[in-house]
Every structure is written in structure tokens, then in C-alpha cells.
Design a protein around this ligand. Structure first.
Ligand code: 5RP
Length: 226
């Protein structure tokens, strides 16, 4: 079984959470793309009423699949369901996200949703967050200042070359941070002026993680984020 097969299996398991009358939130990335593909293959009577996309790319994929897309500014919150991938998942279902640079809208839509179902392949499961860099969406002109503040926390920032987010901001990928207190670090990073959003999802962690493995889909569930 390939990693892509595991992503597809996780996405297929998430389809079970979709009810026809729902307006659902949909994330970004290759695993979320599988979810969009499988949504668009559902018979019309099983499809969600509409979707709020976490990125322009996902909105385009949803439309191409015949799913009605609602602008996030026009949606009625809370959404009953948000489905998205992640770069890392720890045993408490805290996440690192933002590999695709869409984490600002992802965090907002996830936070505005009652149930966050995270779909990953098993390589994303870690004992402790921090194997991958923490992405920071930053206002472009503030990047150097933010990098200095991050350095004071022990982090090394690398600008993602040639990349702008859907909000026309830059992304710094930060390594070397101490992640024993993900909630505290999330607050600390988000408090740096010029940071739009960091990719640590500890305050709004996943409610359910569906992890595709070589032997089937593992379902992990934790406490519901209020
Ligand atoms: C995008 C994300 C993605 O969910 C994350 O990078 C995982 O991507 P993939 O499913 O392609 O491995 O946070 O901002």
C-alpha cells in the first residue's frame, strides 16, 4: 500500500461523517484533495449542500467536482463538520499544519466548526510535534522583524521561496523551536506583531483523526474543543 492509498483510505472514512443537508468546511492539500474527489463521486442525494473551502485551490477543485462553494464570509457558523489533512499529529490530536500555506483560513474555518475530522496517512503520526518546521504566515514587510523575534525563542526561520499565500502574505518555515508546550508556543508565536497565523493547531486541535495505515484506517479521538 502506498502513502497515496493511505491518504485515499483516510479520506474515504471521512466521507461517512458527511450528511446531505450539511454545509461543510474542506481543507487543503493532497489528502483533502482525495476527500474532494470522493465527495464529487457521491450520488447527488448523498452530497453536502455546500462547502466552505480553506483555499482558492480547494474552492476550484470543489467547483470542478460539482459541489456548491460558499464564500467563507457568507457562510453560517458554526459549520457542523470540517475535514482537513495535517503535517503532524501528536497523541493529543494537536497538529502542525500549513505545508500548503493555507493554515490561516484552515484554522479559522476549523475553529468555526463543531467537529474537526483530520485525515492523514500514518507517516504523519508523531509522539511529539516538531519534526517538521512550524509555518508562520507573515505580513511580507515584517518578515525580518518576525524572524528576529522567532530567533529569540530559539527558532530559525526560512522564507518559503517564491510563495505567497491566498492572502498575499509570505510564509516562514521555522525549525529549532521547543514544542513541549504547543498551546503556549502557539499563543507566543501568534502574539508576534506581523504574524498572521502560525501552523500549530493546539488550541483548535482535531476532534477525530482518521489515519490511513498499511492495515486499515485507525480512528483516534480526543476531547472535543469547546
Ligand atoms: C495545507 C495543510 C495540509 O493539510 C498539510 O500540509 C497536509 O498536506 P497533505 O495532505 O498534502 O500531506 O496544512 O496548508
Amino acid at each position: 500500500m502506498t502513502r497515496d492509498d493511505m491518504k485515499r483510505a483516510a479520506a474515504a472514512a471521512a466521507i461517512e461523517y458527511v450528511q446531505p443537508a450539511m454545509t461543510i468546511g474542506v481543507g487543503t492539500g493532497s489528502t483533502a484533495d482525495w476527500f474532494v474527489t470522493l465527495l464529487s463521486e457521491l450520488p447527488a442525494a448523498r452530497r453536502p449542500a455546500a462547502a466552505v473551502a480553506s483555499s482558492f485551490a480547494t474552492a476550484a477543485a470543489l467547483r470542478a467536482g460539482g459541489i456548491r462553494v460558499v464564500d467563507p464570509a457568507d457562510a453560517l457558523y458554526p459549520l457542523p463538520l470540517y475535514v482537513d489533512g495535517a503535517d503532524e499529529v501528536d497523541p493529543e490530536l494537536r497538529l502542525i499544519k500549513g505545508g500548503g500555506g493555507a493554515h490561516t483560513r484552515e484554522k479559522a474555518v476549523a475553529t468555526a466548526s463543531e467537529l474537526f475530522v483530520c485525515i492523514v496517512d500514518e507517516t504523519k503520526l508523531v509522539e511529539r510535534l516538531g519534526r517538521r518546521p512550524v509555518p508562520l504566515e507573515v505580513v511580507p514587510w515584517a518578515a525580518a522583524f518576525v524572524a528576529e523575534r522567532v530567533a529569540a525563542l530559539g527558532g530559525r526561520s526560512a522564507a518559503r521561496p517564491g510563495f505567497l499565500t491566498d492572502n498575499d502574505n509570505a510564509v516562514l518555515d521555522v525549525t529549532g523551536l521547543e514544542l513541549s508546550d504547543p498551546e503556549g508556543l502557539e499563543l507566543e508565536l501568534d502574539a508576534i506583531p506581523g504574524v498572521v497565523e502560525c501552523g500549530i493547531f493546539a488550541r483548535r486541535r482535531a476532534d477525530v483523526v482518521l489515519a490511513g495505515t498499511a492495515s486499515g484506517v485507525r480512528r483516534l479521538s480526543g476531547r472535543r474543543t469547546p
